[in-house]
Design a protein around this ligand. Structure first.
Ligand code: ADP
Ligand code: MG
Length: 533
């Protein structure tokens, strides 16, 4: 395979490159690599690739780059089959065109036509719309097609299935003859081919067909996320499934950062790796993950490419992969050399189709799993405590704890004492069943503090320039404890732990929450105990 191209290699100019980078796109997808240079050169294009492969940016980037900012408008017309898609595409156009000052409007049925007329009259560069409503505007004379430079038919096969062919032809006939036309579609059935023969000029037909892929033989499942937050769904799975080490894939760099912060705030030691991080930072994150200091590695496809880490028990697709190839690369991070592994994919209802396509073209079985309920999470936490308790019982050397238990049992019944002890443990874990199989056992990263001390989680770390002195100063200044009373300080890339006397915990948390370090607000909370071994 050729060297992966960068967006800059495709001839994209700076304002758009910057926007793509802000969107967290690290590198172009295969259909983008193939089509963007041709479209930039003004060619007519048939772009054929499955759903979820980035066809929107494949046409939006060149269409926007070819805008003549001084010329009459609108210059670009994009036809989509549904109003949802019109909105989605318009949104992506807005994000890609943000540095060009490009204006776009979404025009679809079901919205008051007056509002659309006002928007069109105010002047827009790019019109995105459904065929029926666009035709409506054409007939009313409220949409001007004379200055179009580019016309794009998005999801051509879907528009065809929905019976839009006549409307599409009417619109194409109303467009100027001197124009670029492109059609993007997952499949190119005969009627579409005919359409292209009639309305496209000497088009290049570019196809991204999945090579025959063989998924590694690991257990796969998918979970439909509806009605709850994706992060919540992920946390429940982590709590219930008892993972050793997991790699969690997000689509964008920003997604990685946001998920990592969300996990850390919930008390899960997670590390991030993506292309915006300097190499030493990436290495540190990877080292901690390899050595078991953190159990969760949140990554983009690019950053995780080629990683070979022992003992990865789970790969989790927080965002579904962009292509069957990418899916196979991702799940290849687990189950290496004969070990067992599992791959879980979170999908929205509308992504199920895309998942099916991945399953089909990789010949894998991906059955549906049921998301754990809060009750399942609580039950898993109880199981975990039971397991650990039996283990401790097996060790038999209970020392002073035995004396304490006898003393307490005189005041209350042994069963009540045991129940109270269990409640304490479970409450400290706040329902977490973390640990379990393969959990790490290094005390240094655990949340267990010295006796009399409380471990706090702080939402800042080395990457934000946090040093131990900052924490000591912040706490001892106004927190009512002296610097000498601050215990172990454990600074990670994006978060830290600090031990302080338990009695001062509430006060110190309040103080830290009012503090800014390096200009950033600090959040601190009691670090979540882990029941795991
Ligand atoms: P398609 O139209 O082929 O079904 P989309 O254009 O809707 O696919 O893209 C699917 C998702 O992938 C969108 O969320 C989009 O923002 C994202 N995406 C597109 N190109 C890239 C890229 N190069 N890197 C990362 N994400 C991308
Ligand atoms: Mg699309």
């Amino acid at each position: 395979m050729a060297q992966p191209a960068s967006f800059a290699d495709l001839g994209i100019t700076q304002p758009i490159l910057a926007a793509l980078s802000d969107m967290g796109f690290e590198e172009p997808s295969p259909i983008q690599v193939q089509t963007i240079p041709h479209m930039l050169a003004g060619r007519d294009v048939i772009g054929q690739a499955q759903t979820g492969t980035g066809k929107t940016a494949a046409f939006a980037v060149p269409a926007l780059q070819r805008l003549d900012s001084d010329g009459p408008r609108p210059q670009v017309l994009i036809l989509t089959p549904t109003r949802e898609l019109a909105l989605q595409v318009a949104e992506e156009v807005a994000r890609i065109g943000v540095n060009l000052g490009a204006r776009e409007a979404a025009i679809y049925g079901g919205q008051p036509i007056e509002r659309q007329i006002r928007a069109l009259r105010a002047g827009v560069d790019v019109v995105v719309g459904t065929p029926g409503r666009l035709l409506d505007h054409l007939r009313r004379g409220t949409l001007e097609l004379r200055h179009l430079r580019t016309v794009i038919l998005d999801e051509g096969d879907e528009m065809l299935d929905m019976g839009f062919i006549d409307d599409i032809e009417a619109i194409l006939q109303a467009a100027p003859g001197e124009r670029q036309t492109a059609i993007f579609s997952a499949t190119v059935p005969l009627p579409i081919l005919r359409l292209t023969q009639r309305y496209l000029r000497n088009p290049v037909h570019l196809r991204v067909t999945p090579e025959h892929l063989i998924a590694p033989s690991i257990e796969q499942s998918y979970y439909e996320v509806r009605g709850i937050d994706r992060t919540e769904a992920l946390c429940r799975l982590i709590d219930v499934l008892g993972m050793g080490r997991a790699i969690i894939f997000c689509r964008t760099k920003r997604g990685v950062d946001e998920l990592t912060a969300a996990l850390q705030a919930r008390g899960y030691p997670a590390e991030a790796i993506h292309g915006d991080m300097a190499q030493p930072q990436r290495n540190r994150a990877l080292a901690r993950f390899r050595e078991g200091g953190s159990e969760l590695l949140v990554a983009t496809d690019v950053a995780a490419r080629g990683l070979d880490i022992e003992g990865v028990t789970h790969v989790i697709n927080f965002d579904i992969a962009q292509s069957p190839e990418a899916h196979v690369h991702r799940i290849g991070r687990t189950g290496r050399v004969g070990r067992s592994g599992a791959a879980l994919t979170l999908v929205l209802p509308r992504e199920v189709k895309q998942l099916r396509a991945i399953a089909d073209s990789t010949g894998a079985r991906i059955p549906r799993g049921i998301l754990p309920s809060p009750a399942d999470v609580a039950a898993a936490a109880r199981d975990s405590v039971r397991r650990q308790l039996l283990e401790v019982l097996g060790e038999a050397d209970l020392g002073e704890c035995l004396d304490l238990a006898r003393e307490l049992a005189e005041a209350s019944s042994p069963v009540m004492v045991a129940a109270a002890a269990l409640k304490m443990v479970l409450d400290a874990g706040r329902g977490s069943a973390r640990g379990g199989a393969g959990g790490n056992d290094s005390g240094s990263d655990g949340i267990t503090a010295e006796p009399g001390m409380q471990r706090l989680f702080v939402n800042m770390g080395g990457r934000q320039g946090l040093r131990p002195g900052d924490i000591v100063r912040a706490i001892s200044g106004t927190g009512g404890i002296s610097g000498g009373e601050v215990g172990v300080i454990d600074i990670h890339d994006d978060f830290s732990f600090v031990e302080i006397p338990r009695a001062a915990a509430d006060r110190v948390i309040a103080v830290l929450r009012r503090t800014r370090i390096g200009g950033r607000p600090v959040n601190a909370e009691v670090a979540r105990a882990r029941n795991g071994g």
